[in-house]
Design a binder for this molecule. Structure first.
Ligand code: NDP
Length: 405
């Protein structure tokens, strides 16, 4: 029978555990492991109560390859789903290589001391994965993840050539706090306080943080201020989407969120270098994480919707073509189903789907892959029935979703 090992018991780990249990015929015996085993036990109890499926739990320090190897052997895992933090990507990948077990993650490796994330070190493991005859699927969350699949789907079914892609990530959820982050605050804050970057005509163009703002009109949500950020899926998409001339990424932020960010930045609370405080070394952003509401606690109080999609322009049969492929999810609906808010939900479901397609042999290969290298159709089909139904808006030659053009 099949054995599935999930590593990481945060917001996303919770959703993955629930969704794997709800697809137990594919995932078989499920083990949820993390640094703090009590969090795994709590999730396991909730999964049992809501789905009737019993999952096992384990303690692991995922920074340690030997500990990971032990756990993978003990559970006899057929796949490792990594939903810990991006800092653990490389150790978990190396443990998978040693054990000859398939690997999946949702975020690319980030060096803990450099606030810099890129695929370089994960792609560099392609040969090792090939030699071990295993598959690594990188970035199987929503963005990256479903957005990469949307691009591949657009290329396959809607375009002869895609010229521009704007990835749009709108979270119109309201948790009622003046300030909180929807997933790991450290990762979230690092992302938005970094310089922006987009790709045009073969070159990366850097912007100041939050320098470019556009108003986009999101279906089922309405117009929202959207800021250009660098986002990791662009690094692989510019390699794999042929004929692309420009790709950008926009994320919505409310005025209150930005005001808090600005102040925190100005007073140094987003710092990643240790500072001395009363004889102790403290990393400001880690201390800030201690003060902020735990993202997991936002679930029961978040209302509203997310809308994430790709807006693509190009040519089909000699004519201009514009489409928006998107998914809308309601936060309260997520909480009712798996006790998580929408951001964890929209990340965890694609992680489960990617793993399901790998275990079923629908997506296969040896080496390390990004999502858009796989056939998008089976993934899109699974999204329809696993809680993330999507739509395609065909906009003709002249219509746009931008409000301020
Ligand atoms: P959380 O911070 O809520 O959870 C992270 C979990 O990983 C915690 O359970 C934590 O344990 C565990 N962990 C951290 N370090 C270790 C370690 N050394 N050994 C074992 N376990 C460890 O994060 P999220 O659930 O919100 O996010 C999970 C992942 O998903 C992140 O990589 C994030 O970047 C990614 N993500 C991807 C998105 C996408 O669309 N692609 C969107 C959102 C998130 P402990 O409880 O002890 O701290």
């Amino acid at each position: 029978s099949t054995n599935t090992l999930i590593i990481g018991a945060g917001g996303v780990g919770n959703v993955v555990a629930f969704k794997c249990a709800m697809n137990a015929e594919t995932f078989g015996n499920i083990t949820l492991a993390s640094r703090t085993v009590s969090k795994c036990d709590e999730i396991a109890a909730n999964v049992k109560e809501k789905t009737g499926v019993q999952i096992a739990t384990a303690q692991v320090d995922a920074d340690s390859v030997p500990e990971l190897v032990d756990l993978i052997m003990k559970t006899d895992a057929d796949i490792v789903i990594n939903v810990a933090l991006p800092y653990q990507d490389l150790t978990i990948m190396d443990a998978c290589t040693q054990c000859g077990v398939d690997y999946l993650d949702t975020a690319n490796y980030e060096h803990p001391d450099e606030a810099k994330f890129e695929y370089k070190e994960q792609w560099a493991r392609n040969e090792q994965f090939k030699k071990a005859d295993i598959m690594g699927l990188l970035g199987s969350g929503f963005d990256p993840g479903a957005t990469n699949v949307f691009c591949a789907y657009a290329q396959k079914h809607y375009f002869d050539e895609i010229h521009t892609i704007d990835i749009l990530d709108c979270n119109a959820g309201d948790h009622g706090y003046p300030f909180a982050t929807n997933f790991n605050p450290e990762i979230n804050l690092r992302e938005v306080s970094a310089k922006g970057r987009y790709w045009e005509e073969g070159k990366w163009i850097e912007t100041e943080p939050m320098e470019i703002m556009q108003v986009w009109d999101y279906p089922e949500v309405g117009p929202k201020d959207s800021y250009l950020l660098y986002h990791e899926e662009m690094e692989s998409l510019v390699k794999h989407i042929k004929g692309l001339k420009r790709i950008r990424f926009f994320m919505t932020f409310g005025a209150s969120y930005l005001k808090h960010m600005e102040v925190l930045q100005n007073v140094g609370m987003l710092g990643i270098e240790p500072v001395e405080h009363k004889g102790q070394q403290i990393i400001p952003i880690e201390f800030l994480k201690t003060l902020l509401p735990d993202p997991a606690s936002l679930g029961p109080r978040t209302k509203g919707k997310t809308n994430i999609g790709i807006f693509a322009k190009g040519i089909k049969d000699g004519k201009p073509q514009t489409i928006y492929i998107y998914q809308v999810k309601d936060h309260e609906e997520c909480y009712a189903e798996v006790m998580s808010q929408g951001v964890s939900y929209t990340t965890g479901v694609p992680a489960m789907i990617g793993a399901k397609l790998m275990l079923e042999g629908v997506w296969q290969g040896t080496g390390v892959f990004n999502m858009e290298e796989m056939d998008p159709d089976p993934f899109m089909e699974e999204m329809m029935t696993q809680g993330l139904p999507w739509q395609v808006l065909e906009l003709g030659a002249h219509e746009d979703l931008r409000v301020d053009d």
